[in-house]
Design a protein around this ligand. Structure first.
Ligand code: NDP
Length: 461
């Protein structure tokens, strides 16, 4: 039998790679993981974690305003970007350190180098120059921001990668895109005090989400004071003599601004990895094609996480990494089920969703019952805060199974994480209704909605 340097070589120490490496090593495998940047990957270093901390920071402005309704006088509130930026950076360092310690404790060899494939069982460490062999290789290199190369002046724009380290907080920001990252950073910058203009090529942000959620968020962004320009794209970005940027839009508008941020999607990070040399088949958009067990067409090479462009979320990468390691090293064949994955958008209003949208459910299941409520959460009444909360349940008519939960408003993500248990378990609307309300909460509306809504078509949508 051929002998190898390692049982498993993981390329990329992000959420998926770290989980797989640790589980495999704990099962007794000899494991190495190579990382060219920082341990922790996008989520820990320049994604979910630092983003959520900025979201928390940005929510204080509105909280100070609302505090007046509760009798508080907040006179000296001032924001210092450098303090938040450095505190966030310190927390990222701490978490990255924990990831590293966990790998070390599990007995994984951590290699701070870029690794590229040379063949089905061989990788080359770029700085070191050394080649190592492994019985199995797991590619977990994630994704990276995509920018249109043909955009004139694209070099004057930033992406979310650079947003965390800005030397100064811009007074005015133009953000291109209408997806997760665009709307999250629009709310962050606006909350921290910048004027924000969102430029989106469609009509309503958050394509792919339930239409009611999209409309609710779109209106919410505008009500919060964000200027939203739709139906157009950036055409050129230039730098003016005064050092500010000029964003020219295809509709003829020109926006003078301090910062232009592109949030028009991410792409699998596969460039230069040597996948062709190893004969690995690729899917659309430069993603690695894998089967349900995250195995590529080359039996010894596997891939998990954003590099496979399945569902690009941290917990999904973790579960794919776990499933891979269980299958190969724990003798427990596991294919992660990509249905009913909850997700959140930490914009204002916050969004939490799980399961099918109304449109998708009608297409796939036929007849569905819709329950919906829009109300002002109790917390907003005294401050006269006009922000409303949307809750929507999509129910399969024939079985009464709740197949979709859509919430937009304060703490939506926290609610939907719990609601996801019921959706995943296939509980029915009568079972939701049999659950006693917890009063007074906003979440109690989820178990007290009784009135069905007419189908979208009858509502004139
Ligand atoms: P998204 O795919 O969510 O959104 C991309 C946006 O850019 C869309 O509005 C899209 O428009 C627009 N767009 C695409 N191409 C162009 C173009 N050529 N010109 C102008 N506009 C364009 O990508 P994000 O970058 O926001 O996020 C990437 C992924 O990262 C997400 O899909 C998600 O999986 C993950 N993520 C998750 C988060 C969370 O869970 N909270 C947070 C951040 C990221 P259109 O709608 O018309 O297609």
């Amino acid at each position: 039998m051929a002998s190898f340097d390692f049982d498993l070589f993981v390329i990329g120490a992000g959420s998926g790679g770290v989980r797989a490496a640790r589980v495999a090593a704990t099962a007794g495998a000899k494991v190495a993981v190579a990382e060219e940047f920082r341990i922790g990957g996008t989520c820990v270093v320049r994604g979910c974690v630092p983003k959520k901390l900025l979201v928390y920071g940005s929510e204080y402005a509105k909280a100070f305003e609302d505090a007046k309704g509760y009798g508080w006088t907040v006179e000296w509130a001032r924001f210092d970007w450098a303090v938040l930026r450095e505190n966030v950076a310190r927390e990222v360092d701490r978490l990255s350190g924990i990831y590293l310690r966990n790998l070390n404790n599990a007995g994984v060899e951590v290699i701070h180098d870029r690794a590229e494939l040379l063949g089905s069982n061989t990788v080359r460490l770029v700085k070191d120059g050394r080649s190592v062999t492994a019985r199995r290789i797991l590619v977990a290199t994630g994704g990276r921001p995509w920018r249109p190369k043909d955009l004139k002046g694209v070099e004057h724009t930033i992406t979310s990668d650079e947003a965390f380290g800005l030397a100064e907080l811009p007074k005015h920001v133009v953000i291109a895109g209408g997806g997760y990252i665009a709307v999250e950073f629009a709310s962050i910058f606006q909350g921290l005090g910048a004027e924000v203009c969102l430029v989106y090529r469609g009509e309503t942000v958050l394509n792919g989400f339930d239409d009611d959620v999209r409309v609710h968020v779109h209106a919410g962004l505008k009500n919060a004071g964000i200027s939203v320009v739709t139906g157009t794209v950036l055409q050129e970005v230039s730098v003016r003599a005064n050092g500010r940027k000029m964003a020219a839009l295809a509709n003829g508008m020109r926006l003078e601004t301090d910062l232009v941020m592109m949030a028009v999607g991410r792409e699998p990070y596969t460039q230069g990895l040597g996948l062709e040399a190893a004969g690995v088949a690729m899917g659309p958009r430069g993603a690695i094609a894998v089967n349900a067990y995250s195995q590529t067409n080359i039996a010894s090479i596997f891939a998990v996480g954003d590099v496979t462009d399945r569902v690009n979320l941290t917990p999904v990468a973790i579960r794919e990494g776990q499933a891979f390691a269980d299958t190969i090293f724990n003798d427990r064949p596991t294919a992660f089920d990509h249905r009913d994955i909850p997700s959140a958008v930490f914009t204002r209003p916050q969004v939490g969703v799980v399961g099918m949208t109304e449109t998708e459910a009608r297409r796939v299941l036929g007849r569905v019952d819709i329950y919906k409520t829009v109300f002002r959460p109790m917390k907003h009444i005294l401050p006269d805060n006009q922000e409303r909360m949307l809750m929507k349940l999509v129910v399969e008519a024939a079985t009464q199974r709740v197949v979709g939960v859509h919430v937009a408003g304060p703490e939506a993500a926290e609610m939907v994480q719990l609601a996801a248990i019921a959706v995943q378990a296939g509980l029915t609307k009568p079972q939701w209704d049999a659950t006693c309300a917890l009063h007074p909460t906003a979440a109690e509306e989820l178990v007290t909605m009784r009135e069905k809504f007419a189908p979208l078509a009858l509502r004139g949508a």
